[in-house]
Design a protein around this ligand. Structure first.
Ligand code: SAM
Length: 321
């Protein structure tokens, strides 16, 4: 079904490690190919082989920050989400938690000059926008989802994607073409925000698996999550760390690799550290890389989160005891 060189190219494993496994398990090769029957055991072995991600990104120019914390690794890159995902090996990530910068909401709501939120001119915005938006086209989103599916581990992969109401209507259905959607979670921000009609107080999170049946940590978690929004944030659209902590707590075990290709201020990375996970992420904006890496560095050295000093959780004991 697959030749060993195809497996090496696709899954980012080294020839020696693969050969050692094939010899040890006495896996038969027919004309250099591994049969369908034996492929699953090879895949399981590959999924549990460490360092594939680092190896596949080795020597790539855009590595901007890497950090070891306790035994976990954090790697952050300045890159476009799709081109970053394309560099990762298949079947290498346990969990994706992400909050893309959709352009649709801005366009529909016509907020000011097309700003995402508020006035950030004093913080260095250019052309009325703090950061680039991820184009909401079906084509772009399809490319993004297919790369997410490729890098997520087949046997265990879970994914959480955040949506505002507009992007959920326009793009949410496409997620079902790539993943098994299990829930649409409502993030209740507790206090009302802006809005010309009913004022917005919530966002959505699609939770899906990569076709596998791996469960979440337990069945007590509700699908409405109450976490207050972060006021006066240094980075626009900064989400409470607890939103990502809930995702990671529900879906990850210690030492899992968590990925966020729309990193922003780094809230998902702080959540991964708190859950003793490895983390890999990127953002296209220089400002995001600057802010998130100094936030993370500070946190690993002092345990103080300089961008969110207190917990935003309202029903904390639903998730953490
Ligand atoms: C909604 S924000 C993420 C906020 C983040 N969850 C937090 O808590 O701070 C979306 C991020 O996507 C980034 N972005 C926009 N287009 C991108 C692209 N094509 N590739 C990667 N990142 C992109 C923006 O710079 C922004 O930081």
């Amino acid at each position: 079904m697959y030749t060993t060189s195809e497996i090496i190219a696709e899954y980012g494993i080294t020839e020696n490690i693969l050969k050692e496994y094939i010899d040890k398990e006495q896996i038969p090769l027919t004309n250099g190919e591994i049969s369908k029957k034996h492929f699953q055991s090879v895949l399981n072995f590959i999924e549990n082989t460490n360092n594939r991600i680092e190896k596949s990104l080795e020597g790539k120019e855009r590595a901007t920050f890497n950090y070891n914390f306790n035994k976990n690794k954090l790697n952050i890159y300045k890159d476009d989400a799709i081109s970053f995902l394309e560099k990762l090996p298949s079947n290498s990530v346990d969990l994706i938690v992400t909050d893309p910068a959709y352009s649709g909401m801005n366009n529909k709501l016509q907020l000011g000059k097309g700003r995402i939120v508020g006035n950030y001119s004093e913080k260095g915005e250019k052309d009325g926008k703090w950061f680039g938006e991820f184009e909401d086209s079906e084509e772009n989103y399809t490319k993004f989802l297919s790369e997410c599916r490729r890098v997520l581990k087949k046997s265990t992969g879970h994914i959480y994607i955040m949506f505002d109401s507009y992007s959920l209507l326009s793009l949410g259905n496409i997620v079902r073409d790539y993943f098994d959607v299990k829930n649409i979670i409502t993030w209740d921000k507790v206090n009302i925000g802006m809005g010309h009609y009913f004022r917005r107080r919530h966002e959505y999170i699609i939770f899906a698996t990569n076709g596998n049946t791996r469960k979440i940590r337990n069945r007590k978690f509700p699908d409405v999550w109450r976490f207050k929004r972060v006021h006066g944030s240094k980075y626009p659209t900064q989400k409470p760390v607890e939103v990502f902590q809930a995702m990671i707590h529900a879906s990850a075990e210690k030492d899992f690799t968590v990925c966020d290709p729309f990193l922003g201020s780094g809230s998902s990375a702080i959540a991964a550290i708190r859950n003793q996970c490895n983390f890999i992420g990127c953002d296209i904006s220089e400002k995001s890389i600057e802010i998130s890496t100094s936030r993370i560095e500070n946190y690993v050295n002092t345990s103080i989160d300089i961008l969110q000093e207190k917990s935003m959780a309202v029903d904390e004991n639903i998730f953490w005891r």
